[in-house]
Design a protein around this ligand. Structure first.
Ligand SMILES: [Zn+2]
Length: 306
């Protein structure tokens, strides 16, 4: 766990900075204990119907002394987890979203399963249940951008009023689209793709909608909330183009950020929340945030900059 007040290293920076402090006093939880704590924070009932969340590998009676948090269960992250001696890897993205007939080590996903089991490391997915929960991915983004009066873009069907997908709120003071883009860029981890913006750089923005991860299915909600700008990831050509065509007074402006980057910010508050619940129950475990950049892009060429 990062010491209080210590930021974990952003991906691409020194990964050794965070979380090597000795675990505080407390008994070692089992995986089952950690799963109960996780369910308290990120109830699986909050996950979208198409999602696949929960325990992917691991036995509930095994002790969990070390927990690694990461966005993606990529090969590099598995190496990081096993080399550190993690007993549990918590990732935002599922390793398996579709049913499989084999986990043979001949494919990269099967290989991940084998390496996890051979390395004694369980895998837990906290995906759209982590998005929707209070303190979820979009809540963390809204907080980081300084938004006030925050509410879900789309409230959860069976949840609290504060739960749901995406968030919308107001900047404390109106600013320009260009300055807000600079703020967003400075807050997210540095990735090759940077931040793409559609709209007048001098346009005034105050009401901001955010959705960590791919959010181009939420334009109706963004318009309903009269957001000046929408920050999300994976904006595809057609939804983005049509949203620009349908814009009123140029709004909502669009800001397309790294999918990985938009979700990476959540890892530290999520790890802190899990540590707090475990500590409250008399348990302690050493928790670390992965320093691996799992954004798939490596470089970009843009006119005028090369
Ligand atoms: Zn995602």
């Amino acid at each position: 766990m990062p010491a209080e007040g210590t930021e974990p290293a952003a991906p691409g920076q020194d990964p050794e900075t965070p979380a090597d402090a000795a675990a505080p006093d407390g008994s070692v939880p089992t995986l089952g204990d950690v799963l109960l704590a996780a369910e308290e924070l990120w109830p699986e009932s909050l996950a979208e119907g198409w999602d696949a969340v929960g325990l992917v590998a691991g036995r509930p009676f095994r002790p969990v002394r070390r927990i690694l948090f990461a966005v993606d269960p990529t090969s590099e992250v598995i190496d990081e987890a096993v080399e550190w001696g993690a007993d549990l890897l918590v990732t935002h993205h599922p390793l398996f979203l579709k049913p499989v007939h084999s986990v043979a080590g001949t494919g990269f996903k099967g290989d991940v399963v084998h390496r996890l089991i051979e390395g004694g490391c369980a895998l837990l997915t906290v995906h759209t249940n982590g998005d929707s929960a209070v303190g979820g991915v979009s809540d963390v983004l809204a907080d980081a951008f300084g938004l006030v009066g925050v509410q879900p873009l789309v409230p959860a069907e069976d949840g609290l009023p504060e739960e749901g997908i995406g968030r919308v709120g107001d900047l404390p003071e109106a600013t320009t689209l260009a300055d807000f883009a600079k703020l967003v860029f400075s807050i997210l981890p540095a990735v090759a793709g940077g931040v793409r913006v559609a709209g007048d750089p001098h346009g005034v923005v105050r009401r901001v909608a955010v959705c960590g991860g791919a959010g181009d299915s939420l334009f109706d909600a963004v318009r309903r909330h009269r957001a000046d700008v929408y920050v999300t990831a994976d904006l595809r050509h057609h939804p983005a183009s049509e949203a620009r065509e349908a814009a009123v007074n140029g709004r909502p402006y669009l800001m397309d950020v790294s999918h990985f980057g938009s979700e990476w910010l959540w890892l530290t508050p999520a790890a802190n929340a899990l540590e707090n619940v475990l500590n409250d129950q008399g348990f302690s475990a050493e928790i670390r945030i992965s320093g691996t950049n799992t954004d798939p892009w490596d470089f970009v060429l843009t006119p005028g900059l090369n």
